[in-house]
Ligand binder design. Structure first.
Ligand SMILES: NC(=O)c1ccc[n+]([C@@H]2O[C@H](COP(=O)([O-])OP(=O)(O)OC[C@H]3O[C@@H](n4cnc5c(N)ncnc54)[C@H](OP(=O)(O)O)[C@@H]3O)[C@@H](O)[C@H]2O)c1
Length: 256
C-alpha cells in the first residue's frame, strides 16, 4: 500500500482527498453513550498476519485509527491484545490534543483494559508511562499482582467474571461515554453477544492472509446483529467501512 495514499469517500456522495477535518466530521462523536469497535481484516477475513494486526494495517488505516483515538473518552482493549501487541501508553500528537481541548475533552483518552485473570504487567508501558491513570475492568474474585493498583484503577464488575454491561455503565458514570474498542476478537465476540456494540469501523486490507489466523470475533457462538452501512472510504486498495446498529438516515432525495 502507498505510504501517502489519499483517502476518498466512495459512498455516499463521492469525494476525493479527504483531509483530517473532513474525516473527523465523518466519524464524529455520538450524542449519547456509544461503543465504537475498530478492526482491520484481510479480504479473506483474517484478524492478523504473522500473529499481529500491523501486517494488515497501512498508512490510511493508521490515520483513521489515530483519529478514532482522538474522538473517544475511553479506549477499551482486552488484556490478550494488550499483552500480545505490547500496548504502549496512549499518546496523541499536539494537534490532536489541541482538538480535544477545544472540544472540552480531557487531553488524552483513558485506557480501559478488560481482564478476568489480572495477569497484567504493571511495568508495561501502557500502564507505567500512561498520561492518564488507566482503568482495569475485572471481577470481584480476581487477584491483582503486586503494584498493579499503583499504576491502574481496578474496577470490579461482576462476582466471578467481568460483566461488560456493568463495566460500560461504570465508565459512563465516570464521564467516559464515548468508548472506542480496539479489540481483540474475544472481547468483540463478548460485546456482540451482550449486544453492547453501537458501531463497527472495519478496514479491509487488500490482501489474502490464507488459512491460519482467526476472525475478528471469537468465543462462544451467538450474537447475530443487523448493521447499517454509513460510509465507504477507499485508500490505496484498502476499504474503510463504517457500520452502525441504528438505522441509517434516508439518503437525500432530489426534492429534499
Ligand atoms: N486486526 C485487528 O484489528 C486486531 C485488533 C486487536 C487484536 N488483534 C489480534 O488479536 C489477537 C489477540 O486476540 P486474543 O485471542 O488474545 O483476544 P482478546 O480479546 O484480545 O483477549 C482475550 C483476553 O482478554 C480478556 N477478556 C476478553 N474478553 C473478556 C471478557 N468478556 N471478560 C473478561 N476478560 C475478557 C481476557 O484476559 P485475561 O486472560 O487477563 O482474563 C482474555 O483472555 C492478536 O493476534 C492480535 O494481534 C487484531
Amino acid at each position: 500500500m502507498s505510504a501517502e495514499a489519499p483517502i476518498s469517500r466512495l459512498w455516499p456522495a463521492p469525494s476525493a482527498g479527504l483531509d483530517d477535518a473532513e474525516l473527523t466530521a465523518l466519524y464524529g462523536r455520538a450524542d449519547r453513550p456509544h461503543l465504537r469497535v475498530n478492526f482491520v481484516t484481510s479480504v479473506d477475513g483474517a484478524v492478523s498476519l504473522d500473529g499481529y494486526s500491523a501486517g494488515l494495517s497501512g498508512e490510511p488505516d493508521k490515520r483513521v485509527f489515530g483519529l478514532l483515538r482522538m474522538l473517544c473518552d475511553g479506549l477499551l482493549v482486552a488484556a490478550g491484545t494488550l499483552r500480545h501487541e505490547g500496548y504502549r501508553a496512549v499518546r496523541l500528537d499536539a494537534p490532536r490534543r489541541a482538538w480535544r481541548r477545544e472540544h472540552g475533552l480531557a487531553e488524552y483518552p483513558t485506557l480501559v483494559v478488560v481482564s478476568g485473570s489480572l495477569d497484567l504487567d504493571p511495568a508495561q508501558a501502557a500502564f507505567a508511562d500512561a498520561p492518564v491513570r488507566p482503568v482495569v475492568l475485572t471481577h470481584a474474585a480476581a487477584e491483582a499482582p503486586p503494584r498493579l493498583a499503583e499504576v491502574a484503577e481496578l474496577v470490579r464488575c461482576g462476582a466471578d467474571r467481568v460483566n461488560l454491561a456493568a463495566g460500560l455503565a461504570e465508565l459512563r458514570r465516570r464521564g467516559l461515554g464515548q468508548v472506542l474498542c480496539e479489540g481483540g476478537p474475544h472481547l468483540f465476540g463478548a460485546l456482540t453477544a451482550a449486544d453492547l456494540v453501537d458501531e463497527v469501523c472495519l478496514t479491509v486490507a487488500p490482501l489474502l492472509a490464507g488459512g491460519g489466523p482467526g476472525r475478528i470475533a471469537a468465543g462462544p457462538a451467538g450474537g447475530h446483529r443487523e448493521l447499517s452501512l454509513r460510509h465507504v472510504l477507499a485508500a490505496g486498495g484498502a476499504l474503510m467501512l463504517r457500520y452502525t446498529r441504528d438505522a441509517a438516515p434516508a439518503p437525500p432525495t432530489a426534492s429534499s
